[in-house]
Write a new protein. Sequence first.
Length: 252
Amino acid sequence: MFYAILTLFPGAVRPYLDESILGIAQRQGKLAVQLVDWRGYTRDRHRTVDDRPFGGGPGMVLKPDPIFDAVEDLERRHGAFHKVLLCPRGRRFDQRKARELSKVEQLLLLCGRYEGFDERIRQGMTWDEISLGDFVLAGGELAALCVVEAAVRLIPGVLGCAESPELESFEGELLDYPQYTRPREFRGMVVPDVLVSGDHGAVARWREEQSRQLTEIRRRLHEADGCAHPAPAVDETSPGTEPTVRDPDTPP
């Protein structure tokens, strides 16, 4: 896979790309990432990438010409890209979209800054517009890294265990079940007996039930439409027993 990330701050992006899963994917040869600072495509001596908006208003708007030149240069040299515009108007990013992008051979991500893009950037090129959610960041770099990591970890062979991505939250209809590791007892909290029973069928049934309970609580919290609720809790007050997911609206 070949990804190009257009950013005015490549120095902020590269360190994360070279660590953990993304670094492993690059060292395995499954991923190559080129960071493109489109300031290098400006045509004035001040290397201007933004300007005041027509009609007045606060902030600065990203100019279209250096971005067009950067994208067109990349596509002349490497061929067509699936182009992603990270912006508030975009479709909410989710695991389904991550899986879709994990199959794209050449992906270009444009990271915004300042007050936003000149509208002609949208009009003059075909974009897959993506948003992480209804909140504001200073730029698109963090969003781009989220999209890249979510997609890359689904590329076959990147994760150590082939089953890992299939068993995680959001890959199916259910959230992931609670996970435990050593020590078996920690500060009075004990790993459920079923998980150390050696009965693989019982473990599978317990995990499915826990996933269903967690998913149901999450669904009801979403349906509350913004009402304040504490996070779903796991009741582990009886050491050595199987924890049960507690509805935050129900007294313990």
